[in-house]
Design a protein around this ligand. Structure first.
Ligand code: GLP
Length: 249
């Protein structure tokens, strides 16, 4: 596992963007796993800068979003359909037809989940899965006690996750209670995992993910079982790591 402790979230974003640009330059039809949340936004902004500078094109890159709320209108500004369109597809110049977000409003959610995993497999799997982490250690919306082998599925959100995400809605009650998420098994199949975190409020989750036991109580601890993981965190997010004093690269 590569753990890089950076001096600022911006420095982390530059590093993460470099890994993604290197991939796309060598593989223009690469497949990216796309996280929402605030953490990857500076990385997406750095990628948009690289596109504007003519250093890379995302025109042929495929994308699969990690998750979506259940029951939210895909036109709602805080639906992940809209977040991915606004923060990723448009600024990076991706082809909307090549970017998929889980269906949170369809009539047959279980079938939609199976179709999502099939679609990822059909394009050869995800090359780099971008990940944030919840304060409770969740990945995507895989809450504690989710099977580490789970496929894409519908899940209930914990009170903590709903409270954490209330800032995106007018009132806490508006935060949906359920979501569709790529499963932990789905995420594990990506060739590379790129986990980003900043700030003291992520320090416990990061320590549990990197140094704790592999346990469904900290879904992000599954990274310990993956052969190619880059963790990029700032000093505050690294502050509870026992081994933060040495360079793991
Ligand atoms: C949400 C998303 C996760 C994200 C997490 C952390 O719950 N479903 O994919 O990693 O929030 O968000 P943030 O990056 O805003 O701290």
């Amino acid at each position: 596992m590569g753990v890089t402790i950076v001096t600022s979230p911006e420095a982390g974003a530059q590093l993460a963007a470099r890994l993604i640009v290197d991939l796309v330059r060598s593989k223009p039809h690469a497949v990216l796993g796309l996280a929402t949340g605030s953490t990857p936004l500076p990385t997406y902004a750095a990628l948009a800068d690289a596109v504007r500078a003519g250093a890379v094109s995302f025109g042929a890159v495929r994308g699969f979003a990690l998750d979506e709320y259940v029951g939210i209108d895909p036109a709602h500004p805080e639906s992940y359909h809209q977040v991915i369109r606004r923060e990723v597809v448009q600024p990076l110049g991706m082809d909307p037809a090549l970017v998929r977000v889980p269906d949170g409003v369809g009539a047959d959610p279980a079938q939609a989940c199976r179709d999502y995993d099939d679609a990822i497999r059909a394009v050869g799997g995800v090359d780099i899965q971008i990940l944030g982490i919840g304060t409770n250690g969740h990945l995507g919306f895989n809450e504690p006690t989710t099977s580490l082998a789970s496929p894409t599925h519908v899940t209930a959100l914990t009170a903590q996750t709903r409270a954490d995400n209330a800032r995106f809605f007018d009132t806490p009650e508006q935060v949906p209670t359920r979501a569709v998420t790529q499963g932990l098994g789905t995420i594990s199949q990506a060739r590379t995992l790129l986990l980003l975190a900043n700030g003291e409020n992520k320090a416990s989750a990061i320590a549990a993910a990197i140094e704790g036991p592999v346990s469904s109580m900290c879904p992000a601890s599954l990274i310990q079982l993956h052969p190619d993981v880059h963790v990029i965190i700032d000093g505050a997010a690294a502050s509870r790591l026992t081994l933060s004093h040495y360079d793991r690269l």
